[in-house]
Design a protein around this ligand. Sequence first.
Ligand SMILES: [Zn+2]
Length: 234
Amino acid sequence: VISIPFKLFRIQQIDSQIDQAQSRCNEINKKLSTNDDLVEAKQKVDEAQQFLDNALSNLSHIEIDVQQQRIKIETSEASLYGGRIQSPKELQEIQKEIAALKRYLTVLEDRQLEAMIAVDDARDVLDNTQNAYQSTKSDFNHLSQVLSAETKGLLEDINHLTHEKEAATTDLPDNVLNLYETLRKQRRGVAVSRVNNNSCTACGATINASLLQAASLPGQIARCETCGRILYAG
Ligand SMILES: [Zn+2]
C-alpha cells in the first residue's frame, strides 16, 4: 500500500510542474502581447516621415520663392532692354533694382541648397529608422515563432500532467483531497512539505520527534505546526 502522504507529495509535484508551466505560458503571452520595442521603432519611423514631409514642404516653398524671384528679374531685364524706357535716370533705377533682386536671389538660392541638404538628411534618417523597424520586426517574428513553439510544448506538458494528476487522485478520499486543494490555495500552491533534517522544507520550522513519527505513518496526515502544510517524511 502506497502511503497517503507519499501520494499527496507526488500530486504536489505534478501540480507544481503544472503551475510552473502555466506561469511560463502567461509570461510568454505577456511578452507576445506587449511588444514595446516594435511600437517604439514604428513611432521613430512615423516621426522621421513627418520630419521628411516638413523638409520637403519647406523646400518646395523655397523653390517657389526662387522661381518667383527669377521671374521678377526677367521682367525687370525685359523692361531694361525692351527699348520702351528711354530716360537714363529711370534705366539706372531699373539696373539698381535688378542688382538688388539678384542679391536676394543669391540668399534664396543658399536657402534652397540648405533645404535640399535637410531633405537628404531627413531621407537618411527615415531610411535608418525603417531599417531598424524591419530588423526589430523580424527579431520579434523570430521570437514569436520560438515562443509559440514553447507554448505548444508547455500546453502538451500541462495536458499530460493533468491526466497524471487525475490518475494519482482517483483512490484518495475526498476529505484528504479537499484539504490538499484548500491548502494549495492558502499556501501559494504548496500544500505538501517534505521533511528534511527534521525541518519543514516549506517554512523552515523544526519538526519534533512525535510529529515526525506521525508523518511517517502511511495511513494518516500530519501537518506542520507552523505553516499547516501536510508533511511528507519520506
Ligand atoms: Zn511548515
